[in-house]
Design a protein around this ligand. Structure first.
Ligand code: ADP
Ligand code: MG
Length: 428
């Protein structure tokens, strides 16, 4: 009997040993498979690039393209995958690179932005030595996440705005900014593609999740009502996008509570209703514009989703602010011959500088909050104070070489919003 016992024990031990062994082998096999897969992908990308190079012999940027391809061939790519962990941050700073589009192709644009990993980005700046030979200055930045041109709005949402949902249900303020030069993809990311309902933007994705959560076992007992507002800030003017661009006043009471007087707030109960509001507001925003320098690129659009308790609709339980910022390509405006353009430019500069300072103040609890520095930061005051405020910024990038200077400015701004990597490291 004893020996029988010993036998069972031994075979049990052996079994466990076997299981351990097989799981280790499985893990090793998986690692090996992943590595082969990565190498294969890398080789494919490399072949594609070489094919592309051959085809582009006549491109004026051929030499540049060649240098960038050589650089890329020497590094390993491990971009963000939807399995990567979602981190919990007070301030999240991410960058998103859009693909080159048809207009870029026509201009024979070259992609000078490389995203090697889930949180790094390299800008290949073309430079000349004294003897006029070309070289690359490679600026490396680190952020919380870097989204390459293959990431869709859903992935961007998953790592930026979605993690902030909890904040508004817990009675706080969540804010998400789209920052970048005109044409870099801010509106695409926030509003989505109106022509394709499958390609929803962050406004609609956030609303959809809010409707789900309101009725979930977690939050049902709070009995919350959902409503939206949509307005625009152009120079110092606030206009209601849900009410014929009616001009609105901002009031600040003795307790520094900021109010936009008469702002339309629409009760909503489905994503479709929200989509309609966004569409209506966006058309309103674009109306009366003609040129590329239209004021939609020169105004901040603020879409807000409110949670109010059905018991006391006067009190805001939580608020999600989603902001499509004015284009940041203002440098050139200071030399503009048009006074209006100069005023607009300096106003936008000022508001973006104040915004940076306010987000930084949020990160350093108790720091002075310079929210009166601009209308934008004034109306968003709640987003930068309080015990329960969280913010994310998505810095959008146009990948083309003609955007190099703006891209570098965008990356430096985003870097300073949250000093993670301690500035960029440039090397050749
Ligand atoms: P912005 O609002 O920053 O001025 P837009 O969102 O209008 O820029 O984008 C400029 C153009 O690029 C639009 O035609 C848009 O559809 C396209 N675009 C932007 N981002 C992407 C993306 N990630 N994927 C595909 N197309 C994009
Ligand atoms: Mg836009």
């Amino acid at each position: 009997r004893k020996s029988a016992n010993a036998k069972t024990t031994r075979s049990a031990v052996e079994r466990v040993g076997k299981i351990k062994e097989t799981s280790t082998i499985k893990k090793l096999n998986k690692l090996e498979r992943d590595r082969i897969e990565r190498r294969k992908k890398h080789a494919e990308v490399k072949a594609e690039k070489e094919e592309f190079l051959k085809k582009n012999q006549g491109n004026p940027h051929w030499e540049l393209l060649n240098m960038i391809t050589n650089y890329q061939n020497r590094i390993e790519f491990r971009p963000l995958s939807s399995k990567d962990r979602i981190e919990d941050h007070l301030i999240t700073v991410a960058v998103r690179k859009r693909p080159l589009n048809n207009a870029d192709m026509l201009k024979k644009e070259i992609d000078i932005v490389t995203i090697p990993s889930k949180n790094q980005i390299i800008l290949h700046e073309p430079k000349f030595k004294v003897d006029l030979t070309k070289y690359l200055e490679n600026h490396i930045f680190t952020f919380d996440y870097t989204f390459n041109e293959e990431c869709n709005n859903e992935i961007v949402y998953k790592y930026t705005a979605q993690p902030l949902l909890k904040t508004i249900f817990e009675g706080g303020f969540a804010t998400c900014f789209a920052y970048g030069q005109t044409g870099s993809g801010k509106t695409f990311t926030m509003s989505g593609n109106f022509n394709d309902p499958k390609d929803k933007g962050i406004y609609a994705l956030t609303a959809a999740d809010i409707f789900n959560e309101v009725n979930s076992p977690n939050y049902r007992r709070l009995d919350l009502a959902v409503s939206c507002s949509f307005f625009e800030i152009y120079v110092k003017k606030v206009s209601d996008l849900l009410n014929n661009k009616k001009s609105l006043k901002i009031l600040e009471d003795g307790k520094q509570q900021v109010q936009i007087v008469g702002l339309t707030e629409r009760a909503v109960s489905s994503v479709n209703e929200v989509l309609q509001l966004i569409k209506m507001g966006s058309e309103e925003r674009a109306s009366g514009q003609t040129s590329a320098n239209s004021n939609s690129s020169r105004s901040h659009a603020v879409f807000q989703i409110y949670l109010r308790s059905n018991n006391n609709l006067k009190k805001v339980h939580g608020k999600f602010s989603l902001i499509d910022l004015a284009g940041n390509e203002r440098g050139a405006d200071t030399f503009s011959s048009s006074k209006i353009t100069r005023i607009e430019g300096s106003e936008i500069n000022q508001s973006l500088l104040s915004l940076k300072e306010c987000i930084r103040a949020l990160g350093r609890k108790g720091a002075h909050l310079p929210f009166r520095g601009s209308k934008l930061t004034q109306v968003l005051r709640d987003s930068f104070i309080g015990t329960n405020a969280k913010t994310c910024m998505i810095a959008m990038l146009s990948p083309g070489v003609s955007s190099c200077e703006n891209t570098l400015n965008t990356l430096r701004y985003a870097d300073r919003v949250k000093e993670l990597g301690g500035g960029d490291t440039a090397f050749n």
